[in-house]
Design a protein around this ligand. Structure first.
Ligand code: ZN
Length: 268
């Protein structure tokens, strides 16, 4: 079972060591900005590392929107990130499901997703597998509620798209974690990565505030059950820096696979 954390991008391998993580996720560029990724001096080290690497695309990317001034640069930035992620040997590029603006037709948003993959396929496809992540909020989201997720997959499924399940986003987005793996797999056929996060907010709150496992609104046993059922690698995107995340990782290792590690919280 591979378990790691979302870490600062300056020295991800050092951050992995601090957390006893065998998987890391990080940003290749400002998550709130439109600048393309810069080449990394540690690309060879990352590619050769025992630690598995995932890249999270910037939050500004929204390939679903009908707004050309967001959608076109979003598609470009996503392709640039997939290319840059390949240089560090990333196993996946996580991108949020996106949304359309109020009053816009969600069907066009799903079709914009399809066009994104169709366009990339013309030049051989994305250089890194794209993993679409479920999101917590909004009434016009493509991947918050699973009725929408099913429509999204009808549009993009033929391109072999991956899926990243975030437990905080599911809970806050109004999708019950009980049996969620079966419900996702019935739609996507796959779960490539789990973002194991607790939620500071209640079920269906629509708010996206992560918490350390067992500290928020989600029963940590449910998170463990989701991970076991999915059998996918895990990344925690939780607060508390190296110490907080190391404790979350140790907790999951102990609970998911029965391994004993120092630094756990000893939760019953
Ligand atoms: Zn996430």
């Amino acid at each position: 079972m591979r378990i790691g954390a979302h870490v600062d991008s300056a020295d991800p391998l050092d951050e992995a060591t601090l957390r006893q993580a065998d998987t890391v996720q990080f940003f290749l560029a400002d998550p709130q900005g439109w600048k393309p990724p810069e080449p990394r001096a540690d690309a060879d080290r990352l590619r050769a590392a025992e630690v598995d690497v995932y890249i999270h695309a910037p939050y500004v990317i929204n390939v679903a929107t009908l707004n050309n001034r967001i959608r076109i640069p979003s598609r470009k930035l996503l392709i640039e990130h997939a290319n840059a992620a390949a240089t560090v040997g990333a196993r996946g590029l996580v991108v949020h499901g996106g949304h359309v603006n109020k009053g816009d037709d969600l069907a066009k948003g799903f079709d914009n997703w399809r066009k994104t993959f169709a366009y990339a396929a013309e030049s051989g496809g994305f250089a890194t597998p794209v993993l679409i992540e479920n999101t917590a909020g909004g009434d016009n989201a493509c991947a918050r509620r699973f009725d929408s997720l099913a429509r999204l997959w009808d549009a993009v499924g033929e391109y072999g798209v991956g899926f990243c399940l975030d437990t905080c986003h599911a809970h806050a987005g109004g999708e019950d974690l009980l049996d969620i793996v079966d419900r996702v797999k019935a739609i996507t056929g796959r779960i490539d990565l789990i973002h194991a996060n607790d939620s500071k907010d209640g079920f269906d709150s629509g708010r996206d505030r992560h918490d350390n496992l067992g500290q928020g609104n989600i029963d940590p046993d449910l998170v463990v059950a989701v991970i076991r059922a999915a059998g996918a690698p895990v990344v925690v995107e939780t607060p508390g820096g190296a110490e907080g995340q190391r404790a979350d990782i140790a907790y999951l290792r102990e609970r998911v696979s029965g391994e004993q590690h120092a630094g756990g919280r000893g939760r019953a």
